[in-house]
Design a protein around this ligand. Structure first.
Ligand code: HEM
Length: 510
């Protein structure tokens, strides 16, 4: 069968090598045929949706890579209304949508996650809520939803206040030598610290060195994953993990993250074993996140397997701190650029708190102007700029165009939030867009920082509470202004990151 190959190879080549080479060529050809067939399927599915020109091999990878990629998509959105083809390498094509009606048509249904992308998460966060689909997702979501009930969340305000004060003290010390501070890493430590205390029951480790290593590992993992998406030949697991330094770095960072989460699980299991702790749980009206995960007080015996438990811990550790870090950091940047809104928020907070320097649950609902500013900052800087689905049935959109079952759809939240057919002067920071009157007339799928439909963010109330509490304290203690010599560079790394951090000038107020 391979006589053509043997005539072509040197005679001295041992027979075994000949077979190995033949096998490799055959597998290569098989893989190429599969890829071409797959490309053809995508082309057919996306035929009603033109898109920007593609590189013959890389698709749009170079244009959407990390820095600048988000704004490139916004400029494409101006040329291609509602949606366009988006190619991550020339063999994997998505319908990239940024229109409210299109968003509603897909995201109100709860189609599964696009495994071509979410599969990259597996060695890191396993099959937790973010990656799961079908009945198992439903079971986990139902099990964990009570952990985000407002009665469980209420006491967390004190934790947010405590962790924020540690961060403010840090800033206080830092500005004694330099008023210009890179706020991003400090916000990251604070957010991780709060999360650990709220949902993983850590008593205190106040933003320690092990937290720093974990935060750095998460930063690496999110960046490597984002880069992997755009580079098509990295999509194959075998090639990626065995033959690229990129893949090896990913596994090393996974190890750092897992060592940290293992410690968390172990510590909490040990604490649970103690009788006292058990009694406390039985006396509790509502179980918190870790109680539920560890099956405490669970009469129906739906206790999670060790692998499920580990996946949920890894999922929530990542989702629960990286997103809020981005949210709070970009908010502080926005408000630094707009001193008039900053001052109005500060006055609102001072009025609510009087001469208290701490915050309570009841205060958060009264911070209406601050909430408008937070929403406007989430519009311009959505902490999660893009999410992906694979359709489990066809969709026909309002304009009559349709797309078949099995197609991949990317919701570009960043481009949707800057779509000029929805938002007047989309680049302008204007909190009035979120006044009750203006919000009531807007399409319900025009503003979706927490995604929408059944697969929306389970932690959104937690995230809004934390964002408000932390920012309120920051604004009471410091005045923030931009540092013109250090403009932040937006970088997509699953969440919205900042390439060189976010440097702001801080002036102490109290
Ligand atoms: C401002 C902060 C946050 C933003 C903007 C945000 C945004 C999002 C978005 C857009 C999704 C959909 C992801 C997708 O479809 O791939 C999501 C899902 C999720 N988020 Fe959040 N999130 C935030 C904070 C949190 C927090 C604090 C937690 C946990 C404590 C959390 C836990 C989750 C989980 C577990 C999912 C998967 C839910 C499911 O598929 O059932 N998030 N989030």
């Amino acid at each position: 069968m391979f006589s053509w190959l043997s005539s072509w190879l040197p005679e001295s080549l041992p027979r075994l090598w000949l077979w190995v080479a033949s096998l490799a060529v055959t597998l290569g050809l098989f893989q190429l045929t599969r890829l071409l067939a797959r490309r053809q399927k995508f082309l057919q599915a996306l035929k009603s949706f033109p898109g920007p020109p593609t590189h013959w091999l890389l698709g749009h990878a170079n244009e959407i890579k990390e820095e600048g990629g988000l704004d490139t998509v916004v400029s494409w959105a101006n040329t291609y209304p509602c949606a366009h083809q988006l190619w991550m390498g020339n063999f994997i094509g998505f319908l990239n949508i940024y229109d409210p009606d299109y968003t509603k048509a897909v995201y109100s249904r709860g189609d599964p996650k696009a495994f071509d992308i979410y599969g990259f998460f597996l060695p890191w966060i396993g099959r937790g809520l973010l990656v799961l689909d079908g009945p198992k997702w439903f079971q986990h979501r139902k099990l964990l939803t009570p952990a985000f009930h407002s009665e469980v969340l209420k006491p967390y305000v004190d934790v947010f206040v405590g962790s924020t004060k540690v961060m403010l003290d840090k800033w206080d010390k830092k500005i004694q030598s330099d008023k210009c501070v890179n706020i991003f890493p400090d916000v990251g430590h604070m957010a991780l610290d709060s999360l650990m205390k709220c949902i993983f029951g850590r008593s205190s480790e106040n933003q320690s060195q092990s937290d720093t290593s974990y935060c750095q590992a998460i930063g690496k993992l999110t960046l490597l994953m984002q880069q992997r998406m755009a580079v098509f030949h990295y999509h194959n697991d075998f090639y990626y993990y065995w033959f690229t330094s990129h893949g090896r770095k990913f596994l090393q960072a996974c190890k750092v993250a897992h060592d940290y989460t293992d410690k968390v699980i172990k510590a909490r299991k040990a604490a649970l074993k103690e009788e006292e702790e058990q009694e406390k749980i039985q006396g509790k009206k509502r179980l918190d996140f870790l109680d539920i995960l560890l099956g405490a007080g669970d009469e129906s015996k739906t206790q999670l397997s060790d692998a499920d438990l580990r996946a949920e811990v890894d999922t929530f550790m990542f989702e629960g701190h990286d997103t809020t870090t981005s949210a709070i950091s970009w908010f502080l940047y926005c408000i630094a650029l707009h001193p008039e809104h900053q001052q109005r928020c500060r006055e609102e907070i001072q009025e609510i708190l009087g001469n208290r320097d701490t915050i309570q649950w009841e205060d958060l609902g009264k911070m209406t102007y601050l909430t408008m500013c937070i929403k406007e900052s989430f519009r311009l800087y959505p902490p999660v700029p893009q999410v992906y689905r694979q359709l489990n049935k066809p969709v026909t959109f309002m304009d009559g165009r349709s797309i078949p079952e099995g197609s991949l759809v990317s919701l570009h939240i960043y481009a949707l939030h800057r779509n000029p057919s929805v938002w007047d002067k989309p680049e302008v920071f204007d909190p009035q867009r979120f006044s009750p009157e203006n919000s009531s007339t807007r399409h319900p799928y025009a503003f979706v920082p927490f995604s929408a439909g059944p697969r929306n963010c389970i932690g959104q109330q937690f995230a809004m509470m934390e964002t408000k509490a932390v920012i309120a304290l920051c604004l009471l203690h410091f005045e923030f202004s931009p540092e013109p010599s250090k403009q932040p560079i937006k970088r997509l790394q699953l969440v919205l990151g900042a390439k060189n951090g976010i440097y702001l000038n801080l002036k102490k107020l109290m």
